[in-house]
Design a protein around this ligand. Structure first.
Ligand SMILES: [Fe+2]
Length: 334
């Protein structure tokens, strides 16, 4: 089932604390196309207050925004393309929509595995896609890796996200990067053979586990954090996958400067601010992890302690996106 996100037809103009900034004054305004919807207004307002530069942004689906950029080309007023998932950023890079950025601030704030090697895009928040379970029906000692969920003892007990979802694609792409195509195919076939229930929403996966519809799932960490923020007794726990080997799969949301940015330096200023002074503002509202190692995690993820992260470069699994889609089709994974 396709979920379409409506592209707004008008720019959303954020006002600086000192008053109205005209929408197209050609002055200190950065314009952002964003496929990320989490708490952006607050972060952009704080940026405007900090720097005096206002932000206008347009929300949309990733593919729609990329198409729009492609069509507008040098006529676009978008300076920054922002979105979730490294695969979406990488597709924009491969389509020539982003230009390289050379910034010492960004290179210091964002670890090398969370940004494009040529500076075409930078991760600005981390989202961990890991195993979640019902504590009454699963003992955490039974859990270990994504691969182990292909074992027949999990038959009829799993809930996972659909194959058209980019989070699933990136997780499977990371399996290909680590094991090669054939071995990754065996893992995904194992999930299929276990009659995994495919659900088109991370929140619904968590709710299904809570309601007893399955015992174990794979979701992004912040969806559980959100549910726990509403109800601290929500009966689902998080388990960090693959701690005995490569570490848990980490994805990003991030941004890059568009090829046709009117003022690339100002666009870079926004990216730098989001990765440094604005990190808390940017990641805390959605319970994400900062990319900047200097910034502590928000309260609920902080309670979950530290863990080993898969150091695989986001650009590497992002580049395997098409292979991951093909693999899931071959495996019969919906
Ligand atoms: Fe999400």
């Amino acid at each position: 089932m396709m979920r379409r996100v409506l592209v707004l037809s008008t720019w959303v103009l954020l006002l600086t604390a000192c008053g109205v900034v005209s929408a197209f004054d050609g002055g200190d305004t950065v314009r952002v196309y964003s496929g990320r919807h989490y708490d952006l207004e607050e972060a952009f307002l704080a940026f405007a207050e900090d720097t005096g530069v206002s932000v206008e942004f347009l929300f949309g689906g990733d593919a729609e925004l990329r198409e729009r950029l492609q069509a507008e080309a040098d006529q676009t007023s978008a300076d920054v393309f922002m979105t979730v998932d490294a695969a979406n950023l990488q597709i924009a890079a491969e389509e020539g929509l982003l230009q390289p950025t050379d910034s010492e601030v960004l290179e210091t704030a964002v670890p090398p595995n969370l940004r494009h090697p040529d500076g075409l895009w930078f991760g600005l928040s981390k989202r961990v896609r890991t195993i979640v379970y019902h504590p009454d029906r699963v003992d955490p000692s039974e859990l270990s890796t994504y691969e182990d969920l292909a074992d027949p003892r999990w038959s009829g007990r799993l809930c996972m996200r659909n194959s058209t979802n980019v989070y699933t694609q990136s997780l499977v792409a990371s399996l290909i990067a680590h094991h090669g195509y054939e071995e990754a195919l065996d893992v995904v076939r194992g999930w299929v053979d276990n009659d995994t229930q495919i659900i088109n929403s991370d929140v619904q996966i968590l709710e299904t586990i809570a309601a007893g519809g399955c015992d174990v799932g794979i979701t992004n960490h912040y969806y559980l954090a959100r549910l726990l923020a509403e109800d601290p007794s929500f009966p689902v726990r998080i388990f960090w996958a693959n701690q005995g080997d490569r570490g848990v799969h980490v994805n990003i949301s991030g941004a890059g400067v568009t090829t046709w940015a009117d003022d690339p330096d100002q666009a870079v200023t926004l990216l730098e601010w989001l990765a440094t002074d604005g990190q808390e503002e940017f990641v805390y509202g959605n319970h994400e992890y900062p990319v900047n190692p200097e910034v502590p995690p928000p309260p609920i993820p902080a309670q979950w302690g530290t863990f080993k992260e898969d150091p695989l470069n986001a650009a590497e699994f992002a580049a395997l996106n098409a292979d991951a889609i093909r693999l899931m089709e071959e495996a019969g994974y919906d």
